[in-house]
Structures are given as structure tokens and as C-alpha cells.
Design a protein around this ligand. Sequence first.
Ligand SMILES: Cc1ncc(COP(=O)(O)O)c(C=O)c1O
Length: 430
Amino acid sequence: MMYLSQTDPELAQLIQRELVREQEGLELIPSENIVSRAVLEALGSVGTNKYSEGYPGKRYYGGCEAVDAVENLARDRAKALFGVTHANVQPHSGSPANQAVCFALLNPGDTLMGMHLYAGGHMTHGLELNFSGTYYHSVQYTARQDGYIDINEMRALAQEHKPKLIIVGGTAYPRIYEWTLYKEIADEVGAYLLADISHVAGLIVGGQHPTPVGIADVITTTTHKTLRGPRGAMILCNGEESDYLKPPPEKSRKYLPTMIDRAIIPGLQGGPHNHQTAAIAVALHEAAQPEFKEYAEQIVINAKALADSLLQYDFHLVTGGTDNHLLLVDLTNKGIPGKVAEKALVDAGLTVNKNTVPHDPRKPYDPSGIRLGTPTLTTRGMKKEEMKKVGQYINRVLSAPDDARVIETVRQEVKDLCAQFPIYPDLSYL
Ligand SMILES: Cc1ncc(COP(=O)(O)O)c(C=O)c1O
């Protein structure tokens, strides 16, 4: 057998370069994580060789016995972990999952309502440039000046526009989602409620965030953020299944599972990525272990500790702090644009992303803030003490973003800290 390093050393070098970057730096992007060796192994498995359009027991290809069992395992684990009757584990990622829900529940031109990107929503929640704002009539709610979701505005817009679908769940919202409030508003106007828990799924299964199960009509989640799985997504719901090969007897809440399944295939996708499904199954098994609860708890403890550290240095946190895994820092008072801050911090070994803040006068490519998160550092075993150090590094770099000596000194300290928390000690491509 030939290894990658023998057949394609150029590519192997690049993967090695990424491994070294992840090992030697502090990954503070809240939508990222470090998966286990077991997840990596499943992801690199022979499932990638197999086509299996359809669902277990109803495939359009032969030879699906093993991949049927893999997909059933992933579905059963998802159902048990989240407490739902139906799980579709085939969406290739979070955006297609949201697209499938829109395809299942709406007709082109119908009204949907979601949180604006600037306020922390995701593109697929109705941004005008996205499919969700192009093929549907999109109404966008925002956040209040203090950064919390503006419930009054959400209610007023819902009453005015009567959306068929309300989407809640963002990419940069540092507080708890109050599912029952959103459901109340959805019920007032007869809308479906979609809870996009991509960011907080791991916190939900770890008991650190309220679950939308039993409240929202449909739930989408990526599998690669706090849930610590491979890139991928799932759509979860309750309801009755009718024969997948025919349209359900009626388009209604009753037959949501079949509407969702048919929206994924034949609606949007072809063959599922069986290696990805296998890796999702592994991640779900890991998330069901008691240690995962401790992990989720530590993520939040660490985020609060990082918030405390930054507040000490007079950083302005949107909403004043965090209840979950992420922080949104408004750098206006520091006079540093988010883009400049991102560059200086990345140079110092702290990977963050620039981000808009609610009511940002600047544009997404050059916004006023940065977004930070603790899932990756927590996976590495870091605790409150290290968060204090991270806050201090950030302060030192952003107090002198143009000073190459400061950046180099911090970079070395970051590297030394990271050496104490190895990510894949036995992994090398060379
Ligand atoms: C809330 C939310 N929904 C959906 C997505 C889309 O996921 P993907 O990037 O896998 O398409 C993201 C990704 O950042 C997200 O944060």
C-alpha cells in the first residue's frame, strides 16, 4: 500500500502544515472544534466509495447492506440523543439542511422570517443574496441596541407579514435562545418554527442550553461545531412517516418526517456521503457519554472566564457577556477595525474571525468586531486559568496591533502553552 506522503508529497505537506497550525495555535473560532481520532478514522473510511441514493431499505443502488446499517445507527443515535422520533442525517452540511427545510415547507415566493446577518443570523435565514432571500420573500428581524434578540420587533414583523416559516438560531449570538417565546409568536401567525441549533447543539445535549425539542416544528443542526463531529448536518422533527416513495397524503405538521426526507432526496441532493454518516454516528456516540456533559459544562465555564478576563481590559462585549460558547467583541471603543484585529491576532497565533456587531455601521468584510469561542480550547483540556492567559494575550496584541515584537513574543508564548495541550500526539502525514 502506498501512503499519501509517497504518492503525493506536495499535498501531504499541506495537510501537515494545517496539522501544525492547529497544534501550535489557539483556535478561537466558535464554529470549529477538534474531532477525535475515531471520527477522523470513520471519515477516512471506505464508505466514501459507495453510492446509496435513497434511505435504508429503500435505495436506488445495490450493495447497501452495510451502509444501511451505518445510517440506521446514526439515525437511532440522533433520535435517542435529542429525543425526537425522526432524524435525517443526510444533509451534506448546514446550509443544505436549511435549504431542505425551506423546500419542504414553502413554495417559491412564500414569506419566511429570520434574523439578519448583521444581528448574528446566518445567510440561510433570509439574507437577500442567499437562496433564502432570493426565492422567498424574506423579512428580517434584528437585535436590540444591547445585542439581545428584539422580541418586540420579531412579533410586530410577524403580525405584519404573516410568514409561513420563522427561523431562529444564529452564528454570533452569545445568549440563550428562548424557544417558547418564539413558538408563541409563530403560533400567533400560524407559522412553522425552525430552530437552527448548529452552534449550540453540543451544549443542548450536554444540558447547558434549553432544548427546542417539543417546541420547534423542525430543528436543523450542523454536526461539526459544539457537537464535535465531522462536517455535516441533521434535520430533526417529530411526526408520522408515510411511504417515502410517494408524496405524503397531505402537506402538514403530521407528515413532517416524510416531507423532510423527500426534500433532501429527490428534492435537493443525490447520494449521501456514507463516510460522513459513519463519522456522524461516531460523534453522536461520543456525545452520549457522561464525559460529554462535563465537556459542555466546561465550554461555558471557559467562555465566562474569557469574558471576565476581557472585561477587565475594558473590552466591550455585545450583551455584556455570554451564556454559551461564544463572545462577540465590539472593538469600537478600542479604535481597531475587526479586520485589523483579526490579522494581528492570527499573526500572534490566536485564530479569530472578524464579525459584524448588531447595528454595525461597517460592512461584513470590514466590520467593527471579532467573534471568539471556547469549544476547541476546551477539547484540548484548557480551563479557567488558561482562559485568563488568552484574555491577556488578546489584550497585549490589540494594545499594539502594529508592533511586530509584541506579536512575536505573544506568538511564542501561545506556542509554549499549546505544547502542553497536544491535539493528535500520534498523527503525522510525513
Ligand atoms: C446557525 C448556522 N446555520 C447554518 C450554518 C451553515 O452551515 P455550513 O457552513 O455547514 O453550511 C452555520 C454555519 O456557520 C450556522 O452557524
